[in-house]
Write a new protein. Structure first.
Length: 364
């Protein structure tokens, strides 16, 4: 009996606790659904247009006036004439450059230069100055981040036309480093003569473009051109008419140093001083060039197989930013170069030539 009372007491206690227990209602938590919207970046074409009018003065000491024999308008050959930079004095150049990033993979670049002789109507001056139009168009197609195809069409002042294809490969990129970029570009080149005759030229080769940075804010850049030419008409390589070749290996080397000084920078105004110079270019040919001299009635060397043009240029310019996307510039400067004799062993005729220009550039 006592044992039953213990069981009943325990059962009663459990029942009492169960009946007295409070029911706790926890607040309902609403989970907000978060929709993550990925912002899609859409490509928008961009580009620029720059127009520059540049006037070139008379080369230092040139004395461009031609001394005639007064019997007609021809030049008297018995009187020594100033020869350095003949044909490139007192002329102007209207240059239009543009670039359009049409799609993420396609880029179009163009450059049109229109030369005009400023002494055309002066019989006492050298009327052989530059006069004509030069056009260069380039189309780029990016296959991926490191390989790009480039097709170039180039129409020279004398109306010779060139076509070139390059497969450009980015070997190295490191912005701001001593070596900033290296681009290797195997290529094929073809030249059509203006006469549409048989004097065409084919070439295979490769370009190596490079750029980098030096202390004191100096930058360097240039290109090494390696070309093997196939000529449809023989070149004369010696004093005998039988000295002829129809193939030739040529190396051209361009190397430039540049320094930009920002003398003043305001909200809309800027004054700049720029220095640049270098080999433009250094050429190593396989053969010398000979041509027929009627006075000597024989073939004489016209150009050495190794030639170079070395120059230095200083210019000061002022910029005015009309709007965020439109800038105008005026500038003056001068260039020092071996204008005429470019043979490696006898380069001479180093002279200054002044220039002035006005330009405008818009971006979109």
């Amino acid at each position: 009996m006592k044992k039953n009372l213990v069981y009943l007491s325990a059962l009663f206690a459990i029942t009492t606790l169960a009946q007295g227990k409070e029911v706790v209602n926890y607040p309902k938590v609403e989970v907000e659904e978060i929709n993550i919207v990925k912002e899609e970046t859409t490509f928008r074409p961009s580009g620029y247009l720059r127009i520059e009018y540049k006037g070139y003065g008379e080369t230092e000491g040139h004395g461009d006036g031609l001394r005639n024999n007064f019997s007609d308008t021809s030049v008297d050959p018995s009187i020594a004439q100033d020869e350095w930079n003949r044909g490139a004095n007192n002329y102007s150049r209207l240059q239009t450059t543009f670039g359009v990033q049409a799609t993420e993979k396609i880029l179009l670049e163009g450059r049109i230069r229109d030369y005009n002789n400023l002494e055309r109507d002066d019989d006492s001056k050298d009327n052989s100055a530059k006069d004509g139009t030069e056009t260069r168009m380039r189309l780029y197609y990016a296959h991926n981040n490191w390989m790009t195809s480039r097709i170039e069409y180039y129409n020279q002042e004398n109306d010779d036309q060139e076509l070139e294809y390059q497969l450009r490969m980015d070997l190295y990129k490191n912005k701001g480093a001593f070596v900033e970029k290296l681009v290797l570009a195997p290529k094929y080149y073809h030249l059509f003569p203006s006469s549409n005759g048989g004097n065409y030229v084919n070439a295979i080769g490769a370009d190596l473009e490079y750029a980098g940075n030096l202390p004191l804010g100096i930058t360097w850049d240039g290109t090494l051109y390696l070309d093997y030419y196939f000529y449809n008409q023989d070149i004369i390589t010696g004093s005998n008419e039988s000295d002829r070749e129809d193939k030739e290996f040529v190396i051209e080397w361009e190397f430039y140093l540049r320094r930009h000084f920002e003398l003043y920078a305001g909200n809309n105004y800027g004054i700049n001083l720029d220095f640049e110079g270098g080999y433009d270019p250094y050429v190593f040919r396989q053969y010398d060039r000979y041509g027929f001299d009627s006075n000597k009635n024989s073939y004489v060397m016209k150009k050495s197989k190794d030639t170079y043009e070395l120059y230095g240029q200083v210019a000061m310019s002022a910029d005015y930013r009309v709007t965020e996307n439109f800038v105008t510039t005026v500038g003056v400067g001068a260039e020092y170069r071996n204008w005429d004799n470019i043979n490696q062993d006898s380069a001479s005729d180093w002279r200054w030539q002044p220039f002035a220009y006005v330009a405008m550039k818009t971006t979109f």
